[in-house]
Design a protein around this ligand. Structure first.
Ligand code: NDP
Length: 335
């Protein structure tokens, strides 16, 4: 029998947690052969909600679920964990300065990084969902000096999946036939969703867009004025239409991220924010989104892609924001 995998989910009493837990326990993330043990971490105010979710997990009688425990202290919650999904974060509230937001999150992600360093399993993989996700991942990694930096990642898969959805709808194609879309940079409004290398059934997406939208110039306009902002601001659109935030799609993307990391990517690349090795001029050490493949259980940045002047400009703008965030958390003594 396969040994259960221990997964720690922070903010497990929150909305994304609620959408994540049942899919993980059903086998949607690690597969139908892999039993799981769930460690739910919450702040004291969130513990009852996490306990309630744990009761419901029991009631769902998932054969793959070999245990659920609720914690309010990171040291115990990360003990022996193999996959950490860091969802709980301090949300930005009205009138909050950016420095306050970063400081509040430093107080969460610093201690969690230290607890991962002290107690997690050797093969630990971390994905940060809670915003500002890239910089929260940077803070956690910097408090885990004994864990290889490539084990810390932040989620841009939701942005990636949103881009696939928009392209498929516009081109009348199935998402499954789309390959090689990239999200570059920060999981924020400055992100750059890049379709320049994308294909559908082997045909170039830019060429298909030009054919459908009436020429190369209109296609370019559509990308700049419609596609890029729609992907980057999709969260606000969901809030407006649905009346609350995009919880299920965020949870689904987090599951896609971990599944591909563990089991590998097929049919081209995906997007994830990983610690930069300097590729594509992104300063080393920043947690930035790249085109990535998962090979032998590790993310690898896809190398050698041509980056035109427009893309270079967009990537640089988002990376500049990440550099600013890094400087701000450095100045606050958080890294
Ligand atoms: P959600 O579960 O809806 O969101 C959690 C985090 O995910 C937020 O930082 C949110 O960012 C982020 N996020 C990323 N992508 C998305 C997306 N597409 N749509 C919505 N959110 C996204 O928040 P809740 O308030 O329901 O739950 C948070 C829980 O975390 C609470 O139970 C709280 O007690 C807990 N918490 C736990 C901590 C811990 O374990 N140490 C620390 C802090 C909080 P954004 O705010 O930008 O929307």
């Amino acid at each position: 029998s396969v040994k259960p995998v221990t997964i720690t989910i922070t903010g497990a009493g929150g909305q994304i947690g609620y959408a994540l837990l049942f899919r993980i326990a059903s086998g949607a993330m690690l597969g139908a052969e892999t039993p799981v043990r769930l460690h739910l971490l919450e702040i004291p105010q969130g513990v009852r909600a996490a306990e309630g979710a744990a009761l419901e997990l029991q009631d769902a009688a998932f054969p793959l679920l070999h245990g659920v425990e609720v914690f309010d202290d990171p040291a115990s919650a990360f003990q022996g964990t193999e996959i950490a999904m860091l969802v709980g974060a301090r949300p930005r509230t009205a009138g909050m300065e950016r420095g306050d937001l970063l400081a509040a999150n430093g107080g969460i992600f610093g201690p969690q990084g230290a607890a991962i360093n002290a107690g997690a399993a050797d093969g630990i993989r971390v994905v940060v969902v809670g915003n500002p996700a890239n910089t929260n991942a940077l803070i956690a990694a910097s408090h885990a000096p004994d864990v290889p930096a490539d084990r810390f990642t932040a989620l841009t898969r939701l942005d990636h999946n949103r881009a696939l959805g928009q392209l498929a709808a516009t081109l009348g194609a199935q998402v499954g036939s789309l390959r090689d879309v990239t999200i570059w940079g920060n999981h924020s409004a400055t992100q750059f969703p890049d379709v320049s290398h994308a294909t559908i059934d082997g045909e170039s997406v830019p060429a298909l867009l030009a054919a459908r939208l009436g020429g190369v110039d209109t296609a370019k306009e559509w990308l700049v004025d419609t596609f890029i902002p729609r992907v980057a601001k999709r969260g606000a659109e969901i809030i407006e239409v649905r009346g609350s935030s995009s919880v299920a799609s965020a949870a689904s993307a987090a599951i896609d991220h971990v599944r591909d990391w563990v089991h590998g990517t097929e049919n081209g690349w995906t997007s994830a924010a990983v610690v930069s090795d300097g590729s594509y001029g992104v300063p080393e050490g920043l947690v930035s989104s790249f085109p990535v493949e998962s090979v032998d259980g590790a993310w690898r940045i896809v190398q050698g892609l041509e980056v035109d002047a427009f893309a270079e400009h967009r990537i640089a703008a988002s990376v500049a924001e990440l550099v600013e965030e890094r400087e701000a958390v450095r100045a606050l003594g958080l890294i």
